[in-house]
Design a protein. Structure first.
Length: 278
């Protein structure tokens, strides 16, 4: 029922701009229980403190075929690079885009993120994201631009435990355009993760936002071969559930990740990430 999908999509986009925090297929497969893991350049979207833990340069490209596009060309794309070292400080840059087509009109949410992280002590890190949002919405608000600020903390405990906490859009940004003003989403999230030696990783996370029930996420990653990992997760938000799974493959300087979302009431979502570590 293509028209049902388009109606659902239209309602979602018009009432909740910039809700989707696209990052990487590894976090997708772990049901986004990633704030306390926050590894790699894709981790800075969940927790800007992860920028301080980046060592070698990383280039990441992420594609999200959201709900099999719902018949409206719905898709997400993220490009990331980091770390950039300026005055001996670490930064990362991310470009995110969510887009869809309606009656030959393009709806798009574009975000540029500048991340900065720094060590507070030997196992404690903090960081900030500066998010520049640009909305292209011919159906409702027209075009609009604003900015948001994120803050995050990441703690490594006894080599196996990690704690993560972040606040998204702590400045409560608003988009103002032709027909009105829309407040962008604000949330607080925190979690804990545990590494079971070299072969397993378990994560748990809670997210609290103003307009939605508390979101609970659980993820598990298991190393099955020296170059391959299997992942699975479960997300609960009130009466809504999402089941996730995925695989990660790493060969020398190249890494490939795939994730699948299953929502009982929506089509499947497929995501892929390609990462190059020079």
């Amino acid at each position: 029922m293509k028209w049902i999908g388009i109606v659902i999509l239209t309602f979602s986009l018009l009432n909740a701009a910039f809700e989707f925090d696209y990052s990487g297929s590894r976090s997708d497969a772990l049901a986004n229980a990633y704030t306390s893991i926050a590894e790699g350049v894709e981790g800075v979207i969940f927790n800007p403190a992860a920028t301080a833990t980046l060592n070698g340069r990383e280039i990441s490209a992420y594609y999200n075929y959201l709900y099999s596009s719902l018949g409206a060309g719905l898709k997400g794309l993220t490009l990331q690079y980091g770390p950039l070292k300026i005055l001996n400080r670490k930064f990362a840059v991310s470009i995110l885009r969510l887009s869809a087509q309606f009656d030959n009109e393009t709806y798009a949410e574009n975000t540029i993120v500048l991340s900065h992280g720094f060590p507070v002590s030997s196992n404690l890190y903090a960081g900030f994201n500066l998010n520049v949002y640009h909305l292209q919405n011919p159906m409702n608000l027209g075009n609009a631009t604003t900015f948001g600020i994120d803050f995050g903390v990441l703690a490594k405990i006894y080599d196996r435990w990690s704690l993560g906490f972040s606040i998204h859009n702590l400045n409560n940004p608003r988009l103002t355009a032709q027909t009105g003003t829309e407040e962008l989403p604000f949330w607080i999230q925190g979690g804990v993760s545990f590494k079971g030696g070299r072969y397993s990783l378990t994560s748990f996370e809670l997210r609290e936002s103003k307009d939605y029930p508390v979101r609970i996420s659980i993820g598990e990653e298991v190393k099955v071969l020296e170059f391959a990992k299997l992942r699975a997760g479960l997300m609960s938000e009130g009466s809504l559930f999402r089941f996730t799974s995925g695989v990660g493959l790493k060969v020398r300087k190249f890494q490939f990740d795939y994730a699948l979302w299953y929502n009982p009431d929506l089509p499947l979502t497929h995501t892929v990430t390609f990462k190059f570590v020079p």
